[in-house]
Design a protein around this ligand. Structure first.
Ligand SMILES: CC(C)(COP(=O)(O)OP(=O)(O)OC[C@H]1O[C@@H](n2cnc3c(N)ncnc32)[C@H](O)[C@@H]1OP(=O)(O)O)[C@@H](O)C(=O)NCCC(=O)NCCS
Length: 257
């Protein structure tokens, strides 16, 4: 403010959106750490800061801003709208109907050292969806160091066949926010293993709504609860006629801020 006091804060993180073939479909800015000092709230500081942040984003040729928040009303006032769809599937601690971890013909691992081959294999196992954020192996390696993140893996004959990431700092506790597998049954056996190891009555699996239909119906069929939600909030910075269609965008847990 005019007295040189820090009143509001927000981060802008430019990222690329890619399609199934890894082609760039535009640059967007992720916005995070949005906060105004409690003593200074309600005076228009955040409105001004985010408007400034938009100008910076436009100068960087970013086509939209994306963020995650429960404060829908606040962001709607500032021109944000919902984008994308995701499913929240609940998996109970015990469920006799799903493939059991006990009869899995391979080995499980939790955390510990990951080889570069493992990290590359994990990225390759992630479901291929219409639009997501580009992520390099280097970025992934960095993201995997976030505290309180559990990395569950399943191997068959030494080959990684499924992985699940649960928790991310204070965020996504008990949420399987990123995953990948060769076969949906390997994923379900790994979910069963994770459920047996963690102190939660149920775990929630985040699923892109655009997931391949037979995977989606198997996962929905074996879940105990099902909810569909908007994926994130977006503010477009370009004219309507010039916009990419981001309605099928899904951002994996580690990439969201
Ligand atoms: C939400 C927050 C960032 C707003 O900051 P702020 O500087 O008080 O916001 P502003 O004064 O610029 O408000 C802009 C407009 O949004 C409205 N608004 C502010 N907080 C709101 C809320 N929680 N819900 C709905 N509208 C809200 C204001 O009334 C104002 O509307 P107006 O221009 O029509 O009068 C601030 O309350 C905060 O830091 N909260 C705690 C942390 C948080 O929740 N961060 C967001 C995480 S994504």
């Amino acid at each position: 403010n005019h007295n040189n006091r820090l009143c509001s804060h927000a981060n802008l993180w430019p990222r690329s959106i890619i399609d199934r073939q890894n082609r760039q479909k535009g640059r967007v800015g992720l916005v995070g750490n949005v906060a105004t000092d409690p003593d200074m709230q309600g005076r228009g500081h955040m409105r001004e800061l985010l408007s400034n942040l938009e100008d910076i984003a436009v100068r960087q040729n970013l086509s939209a801003l994306i963020l995650w928040s429960d404060l829908d009303q606040f962001y709607h006032k500032l021109g944000y709208e919902s984008v994308g769809q995701e499913l929240h599937l609940g998996f109970a601690k015990d469920d006799k109907n799903r493939p059991s971890s006990k009869s899995f013909l391979g080995q499980f691992a939790l955390n510990g050292e990951l080889s570069e081959d493992d990290r590359k294999a994990m990225l390759a196992l992630r479901p291929n969806i219409p639009l997501t954020l580009e992520r390099s192996v280097e970025e992934f390696t960095q993201q995997l160091t976030i505290p309180w993140l559990d990395c569950f893996r399943a191997y068959k004959n030494g080959e990684l066949v499924a992985y699940l990431l649960i928790g991310k700092g204070y965020d996504m506790v008990g949420v399987m926010h990123e995953w990948g597998a060769k076969d949906v049954n390997d994923l379900l056996a790994l979910i069963d293993y994770a459920a047996s190891k963690l102190p939660f009555e149920s775990l929630m699996l985040l699923v892109p709504d655009q997931l391949e239909l037979n995977w989606k119906s198997t996962l929905v069929g074996l879940s105990e609860s099902y909810e569909k939600h908007p994926m994130a909030l977006i503010k477009y910075l370009t004219q309507k006629q010039k916009r990419e269609d981001y309605s099928s965008l899904f951002v994996w847990g580690l990439d969201s801020i």
